[in-house]
Design a protein around this ligand. Sequence first.
Ligand code: FES
Length: 110
Amino acid sequence: MTDAGDVVELGDLSDLRDGQIRAFPDLGTHGIVVCRVAGTLHAVVDNCSHRDAKLSEGRLRGGLLTCPLHGAQFDVRTGQHQGPPASMPIACFAVEEDGAQVTVRLGADG
Ligand code: FES
């Protein structure tokens, strides 16, 4: 587990293509999911805001990550929920990709 506010190196994610996701279960409180959307990496907490479900087991389409349990959708670029059954957004974290080096800054609710 890491402390809130930590900057963590994720290594080389250049093999992660558009529409693909990768889970980092040991980061933060619930783990994080890194997603590539239109060439850019985004990171969100690996935990649905509705109940406890791993979003990394869901599906990413066009920037929307769908929870595998009840189908809530979240925009991985903002963490915003798109409607019921989720009533709250999820945490999203700043990602920087510099060639083969990717870092993520974990927040207090990560
Ligand atoms: S646990 Fe994700 S929608 Fe219910």
